[in-house]
Write a new protein. Structure first.
Length: 48
């Protein structure tokens, strides 16, 4: 019986940071930081 192993990606995003609250939504070149991380993971070919 073959088992298919599909990697998943978990991007930790803490909205209640003490030094920079809302950091995952901070704009980087007009795009939220969490979106930038997601795009990098997709480019790396990991996850579904």
């Amino acid at each position: 019986m073959a088992v298919s192993l599909t990697p998943i990606v978990l991007i930790p995003a803490r909205m209640a940071s003490t030094r920079l609250p809302g950091k995952p939504l901070a704009d980087i070149a007009g795009t939220p930081m969490i979106v930038q991380c997601w795009r990098r993971a997709a480019e790396a070919g990991v996850g579904p």
